[in-house]
Write a protein that binds this ligand. Structure first.
Ligand SMILES: Cc1ncc(COP(=O)(O)O)c(C=O)c1O
Length: 411
């Protein structure tokens, strides 16, 4: 496989021309120039209401539909109308759980994890008001994994939903969602997957995931603050409409997009798939758009693994450092999101020290508060998290390591 040509990759992201080292990518990635250009162009040339008969409105409608098609291709949706767009993953999760509320029967069991971002927990918790029973699939504090054996103890014939993350935004671990789907479906339940921490690093394939709902945010995947919820067609059709009374339950996906989508951000997001396909082509990949996107992500994963191992090997060599997650890059199952704590030090102090060098990392619980509490790390101010993207370089990681040396070697 050809390696990524980092100068051309970085040139696609104008912000990377600055001196800042962006290593808070799991918080939000940098934006592609082409995405910003498309948003700008949409606003200045086709900012009219959709669905009218005049030419400009027709053109705007075509753009918004084309954007949905592009997102459907990017995630491998079987049908375009399975793609629901919205403001944020959190907002889409509240829309989903609000739509599920009338169908909840007392005693229905819903399993959430204590490793997820709260976006995939809070909405489910609120279903308790309709009598749902919430069970927590807890992280194994030794392996720092969600163990399937622990899930098996929670699953019953009354399990209606399991909500879990594809990749943890703190631990960096990838969960076997297709295997979970198999177990949940065998009991007649459904699976909802938060793909926010996965989508910047691997090509999402909603069909292969075998989930029933899959959600992620574009601002972590080189785009704007905007998000997508994919749902299986027959499931989405079974939900009530959350839109006006005259927009019935058969009107997909509009019934779950009250007030409509953001047109310009939709159009902008179509630039992400375009970029991924161009990177794939530049690496010599041929074939369908998804095959070329796959080649891009294969190269991203290879590069990101090297960057992750560069930092992990340094952290492993420091006796006072505890890596919160797998301490090695293992068989493609670790995202380059690396959390750690340093004995006797507040995580905030380390990050504030690094801030002074123009390197953006951060500390805290990252809204995976239940995980940080389960690991008893809240009194340390949570973890220090370094999160990489494919555009980061070995030199940037070396600069970070140079900076960390002053804090992590102090004993
Ligand atoms: C894993 C994960 N899920 C969900 C979210 C929430 O996404 P949004 O800000 O789009 O609601 C985040 C944001 O950090 C996240 O990291």
């Amino acid at each position: 496989m050809k390696p990524l040509h980092l100068p051309s990759i970085r040139a696609a992201f104008p912000a990377l021309a600055s001196d800042c080292v962006y290593l808070d990518n799991a918080g939000g990635s940098q934006v592609l120039r082409r995405v910003a250009d498309r948003i700008h162009d949409y606003l200045l040339t086709t900012s009219v209401q959709l669905g009218a008969s005049y030419a400009q409105s027709q053109r705007a409608s075509e753009r918004v539909l084309a954007a949905r098609r592009a997102v459907a291709e990017m995630i491998n949706a079987a049908h375009e109308d399975e793609v629901v767009m919205g403001a944020a993953t959190t907002a889409l999760m509240f829309i989903l759980t609000q739509a599920l509320l009338p169908g909840i029967k007392p005693g229905d069991e819903i399993i959430v994890t204590n490793t997820d971002h709260e976006a995939n927990i809070g909405g489910w918790m609120r279903l308790q008001q309709a009598g749902a029973v919430i069970k927590i699939w807890e992280v194994n504090c030794d392996s720092l994994m969600l163990e399937l054996a622990d899930l098996d103890k929670l699953l019953t014939a009354r399990t209606t939903w399991v909500a879990m993350t594809h990749a943890s935004n703190v631990l960096g671990s990838v969960n076997p969602v297709a295997e979970v789907a198999r177990r949940v479906h065998a009991l007649g339940g459904r699976l909802c997957v938060d793909g926010v921490a996965y989508a910047p690093h691997r090509l999402v394939d909603v069909q292969a995931s075998d989930a029933d709902i899959y959600v992620f945010s574009f601002y972590k995947v080189f785009g704007p603050h905007y998000a997508v919820l994919w749902g299986r067609r027959e499931l989405l059709l079974s939900l009530p409409s959350l839109n006006h009374y005259f927009i019935g339950p058969e009107v997909l996906p509009y019934k779950l997009q009250p007030g409509n989508v953001n047109f310009e951000l939709s159009w902008g997001c179509a630039g992400i798939g375009e970029y991924l396909q161009e990177v794939g082509s530049s690496l010599g990949a041929l074939g369908s758009g998804r095959q070329r996107m796959q080649a891009a992500f294969d190269a991203f994963a290879h590069h990101e693994d090297q960057l992750a191992e560069q930092l992990l090997s340094y952290l492993r060599s420091k006796p006072g450092v505890r890596i919160i997650g797998h301490d090695r890059v293992t068989d493609g199952n670790r995202m380059p999101t690396i959390s750690f704590v340093v004995a006797g030090q507040q995580s905030e102090a380390i990050v504030r020290h690094v801030d002074k060098s123009g390197i953006g990392i951060r500390f805290g619980d990252f809204y995976a508060r239940r995980l940080i509490e389960a690991l008893d790390l809240q009194t340390q101010g949570g973890v220090v998290r370094v999160s990489m993207a494919h555009y980061n370089t070995a030199e940037e990681i070396a600069r970070l390591i140079g900076c960390l040396e002053a804090c992590v070697s102090r004993r």
